[in-house]
Structure formats: C-alpha cells, structure tokens
Design a protein around this ligand. Structure first.
Ligand code: KG4
Ligand code: ZN
Length: 338
C-alpha cells in the first residue's frame, strides 16, 4: 500500500494545532491552547494572531517529532483556509503555503466546518464511522449547524444559528453567573448536581431547523438581576439548580431541531462534533434518542471534536486521494461555506 503522510495545520480561532496522519491514521496531534484570552472572557482576535505566530513553528516541529518523521517524507500539506478569524487564518495559510513551496509538495486547503464533520472518518479503533447519508450537528463556541451529509464533499447546511453559537450561550450564561471563561464545562459540572426543572427558561420560537440563543442569554440576565435584588446570595445558594435548568433548556433546544431534522429527512444516523459535544446533557439525550427513535449516534474522541489539526489532516487525506490540490494563490477566507 502507498504511504501518504499528511501534515495538517489549523489556526482558525485560538488554538494553534499541527498533526501528522499516515493513510488517515493519526500519528500526532499537537494543540497549543492560548491561555491569554481567559482574562478577557473571550477570544481577542489581535492577540490570537500574535500567539499563532509564536506557536506555529514549535507546534509543527513537535507534531513531526511525535510522529517520528522528517519533512522530506511528507506527501502534502493541508491547512485550514476558513472560516474563522482572518488574522489567525493568515498565519496558518502563509506557513502552509511556504512549507509546501519549499518542499515542492501539494498544498491542500481545508474548510474547517467540513473538517469538524469528516473527523468521524479518522481511522480509530473502536469507533464506528457513519455511512452516507447522515446528519451532522456541529456545536461549539463558534458554530451551531445541522448538516445533511451525502458524501465526503457533498454537504448541505439545513439549519444554523441566527445569532449566538451554542457554546457562546453556555459561556455567556456562565459569565452572568460569575463563572470563569470558558464556562460551558463548569455549567455541565454543576448541572450534574442540580435539579433541571427547578427554574424555567423560555425556548425561542425559530422557524424550520434554525437556532437562536440570544433570547436565552437575556432571560438569564433578567432572572439573575431580579433574584439578586431580593437576595444577594441567590446565585450562590442556587448555582447547581440554575446550571441544571440552563443546560436542560439548551439541550432541549438542540434536540428539538435534531429530531425535526431526522423526521423531515428520514435519516437516523446522527454525528456530533465541536466542543459542546462533550456536554453530558447532550450525550445523555442522544443515548435516549437511540433507544426511543432507533437512531445510531456518533461522537468522535474528545480530542477530535474540539478544534484540532487531525480533522484537517483527515480532510486533507480524503482530498489527496482525489488529487484535489490548491494553487499557491489560494487565500484565507473569514467566511467559507461548506
Ligand atoms: O470546539 P471548541 O473547542 O472551540 C470552538 O469554539 O470552535 O468549543 C469550545 C466551546 C466553548 O464554548 C466551551 O464552553 C464549550 O465548547 N464546551 C462545553 C463543554 N465542553 C466544552 N459546553 C458545555 N458543556 C461542556 N461539557
Ligand atoms: Zn471549530
């Protein structure tokens, strides 16, 4: 069998990542998470670009070292060209172009959103791959989409958020409660010890398969202001119940649309990706749906659900097999549809 080594680079948001794959199997996947944004309570684009510039060379070296291969053995370079923060994307794009030029090997641009979905095709023991067609729900701090996947590169967005991403809804709610950024995992943790029906938050009315989360954030803000005015220790005393109720509402919003999508398309294979797929509420809801609706659900290994270069590498490998290469004139794109 031919040996195809792909070096992949991801720099679309606040994680600098590099991976090496051999025929779709991950040999290394290095992620440098930028801590600098924590003190600002969110990603600061200008600081992200600078951190990528500092991280990219050591991260790529580490990925090659861990895979135990030299640059000369690489078959191609895959990189995220979009969507994402332009300044961040430019760092990875310029680096990938220069390296491919220097090594005289093919360059492969990758759409970050397609990669979140194609992460399910990484060769990994004990993980089943979905078969076509399937539905993919990508849920993270930057995206919330339901996509119909008919083939590796035949994808249609059938629903998406009209305002905040679901991870943002978790993080902004957490911020209102005084929890540190990113608060999603903390809401999940406290929710496990609380009563999900203690408080009720309204669900948005949005047409079709689209989502909206900005109203939830506003209602949580009013809710805490009102109760804190009456009792300054209200949040502290009820934190677990509040977190459980917020998580219950968000999970319901996601599951309602996913069920609707499955019903409308007749597709019962459901693949989840993005950082929020770590949430225990959504994981439990999916398990229930397997029993209740006969779904088969797919969640990749956690390191391949959050932003990472391994998913860029598998997408690059699938494109490499089709000889779908990019020119040196390829550019970074803040907006890039699947
Ligand atoms: O995919 P990701 O690492 O980065 C992008 O945003 O692309 O996702 C990060 C998001 C954050 O909003 C974080 O709060 C959320 O995923 N998150 C969670 C959990 N783990 C991560 N949200 C809820 N429950 C979790 N267990
Ligand atoms: Zn992402």
């Amino acid at each position: 069998e031919q040996k195809t080594y792909i070096l992949a680079i991801e720099s679309s948001c606040d994680d600098t990542s590099a991976a090496v794959l051999l025929n779709g199997k991950v040999l290394s996947n290095v992620v440098a998470t930028q801590k600098i944004h924590e003190e600002y309570g969110g990603v600061v684009p200008e600081l992200a670009s600078r951190a990528h510039q500092q991280n990219i060379v050591p991260v790529v070296h580490m990925a090659l070292d861990k895979a135990n291969i030299g640059k000369k053995e690489l078959s191609a370079i895959a990189f995220t060209s979009g969507p994402g923060l332009l300044g961040s994307l430019l760092v990875g794009t310029s680096f990938a172009k220069s390296l491919a030029l220097g090594l005289n090997i093919p360059l492969i641009e990758v759409n970050h959103m397609q990669a979140h979905i194609l992460a399910h095709f990484i060769e990994e023991e004990n993980f089943d791959k979905p078969t076509f067609p399937f539905l993919a729900m990508t849920i993270s701090g930057g995206h919330t989409q339901i996509i119909r996947v008919d083939n590796y590169f035949d994808m249609t967005v059938i629903g998406e958020t009209i305002d905040d991403a679901v991870g943002e809804a978790f993080d902004k709610s957490a911020k209102i409660l005084g929890l540190p950024y990113p608060g999603g995992p903390l809401i999940d943790k406290y929710a496990g010890e609380g009563d999900p029906k203690a408080f009720r938050f309204p669900k948005p009315k949005v047409d079709g398969l689209n989502f909206s989360f900005s109203g939830l954030k506003t209602s949580i803000l009013y809710f805490t202001q009102k109760h804190t005015a009456e009792n300054s220790a209200f949040i502290e005393e009820n934190l677990r119940d509040i977190c459980a109720s917020i998580q219950y509402t968000i999970v319901n919003i996601l599951m309602d649309k996913l069920k609707k999508a499955s019903k409308e398309t007749g597709i019962r294979q459901i693949a989840i990706g993005g950082g929020v797929s770590a949430n225990s509420g959504i994981r439990n809801a999916l398990k229930e749906a397997e029993k209740k609706y006969g779904w088969k659900t797919f969640i990749p290994k956690f390191e391949y659900t959050t932003d990472n270069a391994a998913m860029i590498g598998i997408t690059g490998y699938l494109k490499y097999r089709e000889k779908d290469f990019s020119e040196q004139t390829v550019t970074a794109k803040a907006r890039f549809k699947v």
